[in-house]
Write a protein that binds this ligand. Structure first.
Ligand code: ATP
Length: 406
């Protein structure tokens, strides 16, 4: 009996030991599972921390940039001025209002030359740095630059003038070697003078086309009226541009607005025109006779021109472009009516009717004759259309003249 009890007790003891073992195993599994879970969670948290750190670095960078920008925006603006002369670390500068100052120049400004544009501190007027204002963009914005399509065939008459301009402009650009061989220097440019609408611009464009030159058109009156204070600089920039885009022809229409004789240079406006004119002379003196830049100037008022512009070495070839004679008028009307649908029109019969007409007026006659036909619902032009157009242009011309005479 006692033995039986003891056996039972032993069996119970061994059962509980087995249970303890199983419990221990399952606990350790639970622990290892939760450890793995915690490790995974830890990894996720670590990744999140890394991401947040990256984001925070990015935000800090953005903040730095924004606060830098804000600081820059708070700084006072710098003045743009022009250097008149410079000497060591000092320079005389001219502010946009015309006042001149002797100022300190910062080391960063580098070597300054007269005419350079610089940034200047508003209070101290110290020169901070040099800036490049004469970009191509400026010149392209202010003057007409093109590759003209007008050819010699589009010019009626003007045979002598065409030949002269070909000799002076076209030949040196196309065959500079010939001039070197013979040992002569071709003119740097020509002055075309004569009444309005006689084909001066047309001649300049045709020679640019035949030499494949860049055609830069400047109007003298605009140079002095539109670009007050900037005329001389613009002239410099235009010639820089021409040199960079050679072969080039600089065509200056209404040169009299710049180069008219002046008795005195009293007012600031006159001084400004004079400065622009001086810059033009300096440019003309500064380039080679056989270089690839040529100047063609045009005027209706040769009588008032300052002789300095036509001195040897400058625009020393003068070509008069006058109103066309009978043959010239016929050639011009042929040019402008070549695409018109004419019916019974004898062009030579119209020529005597257009006495004293310029090329521009003859072109206007052709356009008006076309309009008379359109008004009558016709698709062809008759001699009567031309005669009515001639009358119309003559009356307009007389009205213009009487307005000028007052
Ligand atoms: P302005 O002195 O007023 O500037 P301009 O002498 O330069 O005048 P252009 O502008 O060349 O005259 O001429 C104006 C227009 O008249 C030309 O575009 C052209 O259509 C016509 N024209 C003038 N002369 C001739 C010509 N000889 N042959 C053909 N067309 C001509």
């Amino acid at each position: 009996m006692t033995e039986n009890k003891a056996m039972k007790a032993q069996a119970a003891a061994s059962g509980s030991a087995h249970d303890d073992l199983t419990n221990g195993e399952s606990q350790s599994k639970v622990l290892s599972d939760s450890l793995t879970r915690l490790e995974e969670e830890n990894k996720i948290i670590q990744n999140t921390i890394n991401k947040l750190q990256e984001e925070s670095a990015m935000l800090r960078e953005l903040f730095d940039k924004a606060s830098n920008e804000l600081n820059n925006l708070k700084k006072p603006a710098l003045l743009v001025s022009e250097v008149i002369t410079s000497e060591g670390n000092h320079a005389v500068i001219k502010l946009p209002n015309g006042n001149k100052f002797y100022c300190n120049v910062s080391k960063d400004a580098g070597n300054l030359l007269p005419g350079d544009s610089v940034l200047v501190e508003q209070k101290s007027l110290n020169v901070i740095k040099k800036i490049d204002l004469c970009t191509n963009f400026d010149v392209e914005k202010y003057v007409i630059i093109e590759k003209p399509t007008e050819s010699w065939k589009d010019i009626g008459g003007l045979e002598i003038e065409k030949r002269e301009i070909q000799e002076v402009i076209e030949l040196p650009l196309k065959k500079p070697g010939l001039f070197k061989k013979i040992g002569i220097q071709p003119p740097k440019g020509v002055l075309l003078y004569g009444p309005p609408g006689t084909g001066k611009t047309l001649l300049a464009k045709a020679v640019a086309n035949s030499t494949k030159a860049t055609f830069i058109e400047v109007v003298g009156s605009e140079l002095v009226q539109k670009f007050i204070g900037e005329g001389a600089k613009l002239v410099k920039d235009i010639f820089d541009y021409a040199r960079r885009h050679a072969p080039a022809i600089v065509f200056i229409d209404e040169i009299d607005a710049l180069a008219a004789m002046r008795m005195e240079t009293g007012t600031s406006g006159e001084r400004e025109v004079n400065r622009t004119f001086m810059q033009l002379l300096a440019e003309l003196d500064g380039f080679e006779h056989l270089g690839e830049v040529k100047v063609i100037a045009a005027t209706n008022r040769v009588d008032i021109l300052d002789q300095a512009i036509i001195r040897p070495g400058r625009l020393d070839r003068l070509i008069e472009v006058n109103l066309p004679d009978e043959k010239g008028r016929l050639d011009i009307i042929k040019v402008h009516s070549k695409n018109m649908n004419l019916n019974g029109v004898k062009l030579p019969a119209l020529v005597p009717e257009m006495e004293n007409f310029s090329g521009a007026e003859i072109r206007a006659v052709c356009t008006e004759a076309g309009y008379f036909a359109i008004r009558e619902n016709r698709d062809y032009v008759t001699p009567e259309d031309f005669l009515m157009a001639i009358d119309k242009i003559r009356i307009e011309d007389e009205e213009d003249e009487s307005m000028i005479l007052g």
